[in-house]
Design a protein around this ligand. Sequence first.
Ligand code: GTP
Ligand code: MG
Length: 268
Amino acid sequence: MGYAQLVIGPAGSGKSTYCSSLYQHCETVGRSIHIVNLDPAAENFDYPVAMDIRELISLEDVMEELGLGPNGGLLYCMEHLEANLDDWLTEELDNYLDDDYLVFDCPGQIELFSHVPVLRNFVEHLKSKNFNVCVVYLLDSQFITDVTKFISGCMASLSAMIQLELPHVNLLSKMDLVTNKREIEKFLNPESRVLLSELNQRMAPQFAKLNKSLSELVDEYSMVSFIPLDLRKKSSIRYVLGQIDNCIQFGEDADVKVKDFDPEDGDE
Ligand SMILES: Nc1nc2c(ncn2[C@@H]2O[C@H](COP(=O)(O)OP(=O)(O)OP(=O)(O)O)[C@@H](O)[C@H]2O)c(=O)[nH]1
Ligand SMILES: [Mg+2]
């Protein structure tokens, strides 16, 4: 059995930074983890790249040879990956053993997890290779100070949940930039009543019905809750990793230490 995190979320939400912090954390605690680059447009890495989509296809070549723009080019690259699951990915995965833990750093274009099937097929392939997979969805905490942006982040996360049908952990990234932690707290386990009243305050009266439906939708999928991620704090990284490990049943036999997240925790 292998273990995998699929790290997704909007552009710039902090996916690659999370991957690199996770790598450093695991290195410090003596745990083995391999980070895979799935972004054909990525250029600089703060982590050792264990597998790299750019060895399969280069975005630059695609844009040049097919005359595509950056986003069309990216979708082409991902479809190429999809077409090569049985050979390229299978060969690459052969380098990893039972019990190996892979983290896939994905591109930020949200169409990849909202309506094209490539990630879903990618995940099916991982499952067929005996991997337990969990989605880690990052949303930038800077966005959710505004309830309308929070709702849009929730909808994107929901569409990934529905598309991918995997265990799913939502993270609020960049908590170090949040000055008013109280303001954020109501969004961690959002209550439909609170969302509704905030939406109604924020938007013109003719949206009241839509606001009600949206807040109920978030409520019905009660799995939309967020864990704050503060990369400065070891306790935060440890807690997040513990939650994800639980989701993919990693370390059920081993002694995995999990500490409760305490928002008032000092820096470690
Ligand atoms: N303060 C702060 N900045 C962060 C954090 N995480 C990421 N950033 C910054 O946010 C920007 C985007 O971070 P990335 O990790 O590249 O985001 P990404 O989701 O991988 O972006 P794409 O791959 O382009 O979609 C960079 O300037 C990071 O330095 C964080 O925890 N705190
Ligand atoms: Mg990135």
